[in-house]
Design a protein around this ligand. Structure first.
Ligand SMILES: CC(=O)N[C@@H](Cc1ccc2ccccc2c1)C(=O)O
Ligand SMILES: [Mg+2]
Length: 367
């Protein structure tokens, strides 16, 4: 498969409600979409990077620049298949989200041409996946309880509460006491705590959480291992794991016993599968994290979450949790589950009207 041209498109989707985490508050999701035009058809990819480098070191404009100036020239001369993209970009350091978006578009195109779904290609074993929802930091505990009540009524299999210093024990206690012991509950600090907070965080053990996600800095495996040694609640890593090598090291160091896999953060769906395989070999459950993706990333994440080791509900929520209108068909929650797309490639395509309505920038790079 040869690249003829690549379209880089920026879209802006207003969120149904502000999403506040320890990293800040989002009201609009701007995303970079990659469309490859090849001799075998077209394919779509989505880059997880936000406008600002708060979640990770990448940001949208930097990803577009890295794709335009370095990745496409490296790929243009090659006879491509999905497995060739990673090796062809290995000489470029970092930029996992940019690399993941390009590889995803090549995967989509290559699989469509072969009438194979991404789930089938990755080795999926289920047609539907149980999903959870991520709940932002709220103005008041009462407001939080209303939001959680709405999501539980919708049927979500797991509630994840964003926490930060000053918003942790009290809201978690209120949710546990209000909704009972049966609700699967997790917390995600997005690296907001310091090693000195260890004793405070250990108090979360009182609430029967399924996991505590990324309390400390991405590069501080020692602090996560120290917390894991002190807590009954499993420690889960997100930002720390940017490759299969990172996953191996974190497991070796007992820094986590659960991993949140995000294809953008780790450089693509093929690396995500390698992390799944490695974790499964070590008895470490994984789940699919979310980056407020459009329906393109949502569809691909569902394919990944259909693999056997994805045994915990993740953050692939229904479209309506984030957007009134998406660029693809909406994903609708049914009994706490979402259906895994079975059509070729990602199984979804942007809808022309919806796509044009939220497009802010389009450029075509000929290859
Ligand atoms: C669903 C969820 O909690 N996602 C990330 C955090 C996150 C939060 C806010 C975001 C805003 C724009 C783009 C990506 C973002 C990711 C997480 O698991 O840590
Ligand atoms: Mg997280």
């Amino acid at each position: 498969m040869k690249l003829d041209a690549v379209e880089l498109r920026q879209v802006a989707l207003p969120l149904v409600s502000p999403f506040r985490t320890s990293l800040g508050t989002q009201t609009v999701r701007t995303a970079l979409l990659v469309r490859v035009l090849t001799d075998e058809g077209e394919g779509w990819g989505e880059c997880a990077a936000e406008d600002e480098p708060t979640y990770s070191p990448e940001h949208l404009a930097g990803a577009a620049d890295a794709i335009r100036r370095f990745m496409l020239p490296a790929l243009a001369p090659l006879e491509l298949d999905p497995a060739a993209v990673g090796p062809a970009l290995r000489h470029l350091r970092g930029h996992p989200m940019a690399k993941a978006a390009v590889e995803m578009a090549v995967l989509d195109c290559w699989l469509r041409a072969r009438r194979t779904s991404l789930a089938a290609h990755l080795g999926g074993v289920r047609q539907r996946v149980r999903v959870g929802v991520s709940v932002g930091i709220a103005e008041t505990v009462d407001a939080l309880l209303d939001t959680v009540d709405r999501h539980l009524s919708a049927g979500y299999a797991r509630i994840k509460l964003k926490i930060e210093p000053g918003w942790d024990l009290e809201p978690v206690r209120a949710v546990r006491e209000t909704f009972g012991a049966e609700v699967m509950l997790t917390v995600d600090a997005n690296t907001a705590y310091e090693p000195g907070d260890l004793r405070h965080l250990a108090k979360l053990d009182a609430f029967g959480l399924a996991l505590v996600e990324q309390p400390f800095a991405p590069d501080d495996l020692h602090a996560h291992a120290a917390l894991a040694a002190r807590m009954d609640t499993p420690v889960c890593l997100d930002e720390s794991i940017t490759s299969a090598r990172d996953a191996a090291e974190a497991i070796r160091r007992s820094a986590c016993s659960i991993i949140n896999i995000k294809p953008g953060r780790v450089g693509g769906y093929l690396e995500a599968r390698r992390i799944h395989d490695l974790a499964q070999a070590n008895g470490v459950p994984v789940w699919c994290g979310g980056m407020l993706e459009t329906g393109l990333g949502r569809a691909a994440n569902l394919a990944l979450a259909s693999l056997p080791g994805f045994t915990l509900p993740g953050d692939i929520s229904a479209t309506e949790r984030y957007y009134h209108r998406d660029i693809t068909r909406p994903f609708v929650l049914d009994g706490g589950e979402l259906a895994v797309p079975a059509e070729p490639g990602l199984g979804v395509l942007p809808e022309e009207a919806g796509l044009e309505a939220c497009t802010t920038v389009v450029e075509t790079v000929s290859c």
